[in-house]
Structure formats: structure tokens, C-alpha cells
Design a protein around this ligand. Structure first.
Ligand code: PGA
Length: 258
């Protein structure tokens, strides 16, 4: 049995003061939900403060990115130690980083390896764009991203990481994939690729989230799918009652399907 995991990717939203309010609004209710791993990924500037707010709860903290070097003259970057001091997770290779900030399969792979060297659990994002989807290239593209991100890892590492399958056409558009559609890609392509590289046992142990326009009213459709182990939530993660509802419904749906 894989424990479902709901992570909130706040993106570039919330000052420290606003982050305080948002965490206060949802912390208690979130902490009461059992059977789901819960993770908040606020901007870097709010991490230190929020790590204090989450102390004594079972809510985890993640960064949205990090650099692979440990220290040095890399103006504007954040090192793995800096992240590790505060967080347990790090999002790597989000499509917005690939699109706007030059993230490549190679830099994603370096960051994933760095995460493991520093005891962080990477949440690795993959997914095809609309053109690739319509051109029938989804399987080849997603499989390539998965293989590249995991290059050089051990099976034991792959078992513990998280992949977020996020079709780019579904992110922030209000047009999510369908549950069965996402389930098929995750089962056949994401787990299939991992199975071919690391064996079936590893592929079955690894957790895979769906991401892209996840809301309280569609989370049950995704969580009813056997291959989908949770969600990476953007817009709805910065609305307290929506993020709580998504987490709650995940717990209920997975409990009844388990
Ligand atoms: P969204 O974003 O939920 O706002 O579509 C998801 C993501 O980018 O991780």
C-alpha cells in the first residue's frame, strides 16, 4: 500500500504575513487528517517562518526548487543545505521552471541526485504540452523525461521519490485531465518506464501524483484511480478550505478504495 501524498505548490504567492494567515487557517484541520502525507511548498522567503508554524504537526515542508552546488558564488540560488535545514521535500523540474528558467532534463537529474545526497525527497515533475499531446507524442515524451530524471539513481532511491505527472495543458487552465486518462499515463508510461529501468517492485513502490487544475470537485475522480497516489496542487493550495477539502477527500477516497 502506497501512502497518498497531497502537496501544495504555492508558486510565487504569499508574503510572510500572508503565508502566516494561510497556514493558520488550515493547519489544525490539515493536521487532523490521517492516512495522507501533507506537504506545503511556499516560496523560499516564507520557509523559515512556516517551518516554525508546522513544528509539532505532521505537515511536511518543501521548497519549490534548489541549486545543486553546496555553496559558492551563485548569486540568487539556494543550496541543498539551506533547503534541508528547513524542509523534507523539494519540487524539481516543474514545467514553469523548465519553460521560463531554462531547466532541462540534465539539470533536473543533477538536482534529483543532489536531493538524495542531502536527505531530501524530490517531487519530480513531468508532463507533455498541448502540441505533444495532440500530436500523439505524450508517451514518448513523458517516458523520456522520467528516464532522464532518474538516470544514475539506485532502485532504493527511486522507491522513495515522488513523480508528479502534470500535463502542461492542464496546469492553471481549469481543464484537468480525466481520471482514467491520467491513470493510464501514470500506469503505463511513468510506472512502465520505471519498471523497465529499475524493476517492477520499484515501480510499484514509487508514488506518482497527478497535477493540473486539481480542485475539491474533481479530486475524487483522480483519487479513485489505482495508479494515482495523490496530487500536486497549485491554485487550490493557496485557498485554505480548498486545500483542506482536497486533502480530506483524498483520505476518504483512498480509504474506501484501499
Ligand atoms: P494548478 O497547478 O493546480 O494551479 O493547475 C498545478 C501545478 O503547477 O503544480
Amino acid at each position: 500500500m502506497r501512502t497518498p501524498i497531497i502537496a501544495g505548490n504555492w508558486k510565487m504567492h504569499k508574503t510572510v504575513a500572508e503565508a502566516f494567515t494561510l497556514v493558520e487557517e488550515m493547519r489544525e484541520e490539515l493536521a487532523q487528517i490521517q492516512g495522507v502525507e501533507k506537504v506545503l511548498c511556499p516560496p523560499f522567503t516564507a520557509l523559515y517562518y512556516i517551518s516554525g508554524l508546522l513544528q509539532g504537526t505532521d505537515i511536511g515542508l518543501g521548497a519549490q526548487n534548489m541549486y545543486w552546488e553546496e555553496k559558492g558564488a551563485f548569486t540568487g540560488e539556494i543550496s541543498p543545505q539551506m533547503v534541508r535545514e528547513l524542509c523534507q521535500y523539494v519540487i524539481v523540474g516543474h514545467s514553469e521552471r523548465r519553460k521560463y528558467f531554462g531547466e532541462t532534463d540534465e539539470t533536473v537529474n543533477r538536482k534529483v541526485k543532489t536531493a538524495f545526497e542531502h536527505g531530501l525527497t524530490p517531487i519530480i515533475c513531468v508532463g507533455e504540452n498541448l502540441e505533444q499531446n495532440e500530436g500523439g507524442l505524450t508517451e514518448e515524451w513523458v517516458s523520456g523525461q522520467v528516464a532522464a530524471a532518474l538516470d544514475g539513481l539506485t532502485g532504493n532511491q527511486v522507491k522513495t521519490l515522488i513523480i508528479a505527472y502534470e500535463p502542461i495543458w492542464a496546469i492553471g487552465t481549469g481543464k484537468p485531465a480525466t481520471g482514467p486518462g491520467a491513470n493510464a499515463i501514470i500506469g503505463k508510461v511513468v510506472r512502465g518506464t520505471v519498471a523497465s529501468l529499475f524493476g517492477d517492485q520499484v515501480a510499484q513502490a514509487m508514488r506518482v501524483q497527478y497535477g493540473g487544475s486539481v480542485k475539491p470537485d474533481n479530486i475524487v475522480e483522480f483519487m479513485s484511480q489505482p495508479e494515482i497516489d495523490g496530487a500536486l496542487v497549485g491554485g487550490a493550495s493557496i485557498v485554505a478550505d480548498q486545500f483542506v477539502a482536497i486533502t480530506q477527500r483524498t483520505a476518504e477516497t483512498k480509504a474506501s478504495h484501499g
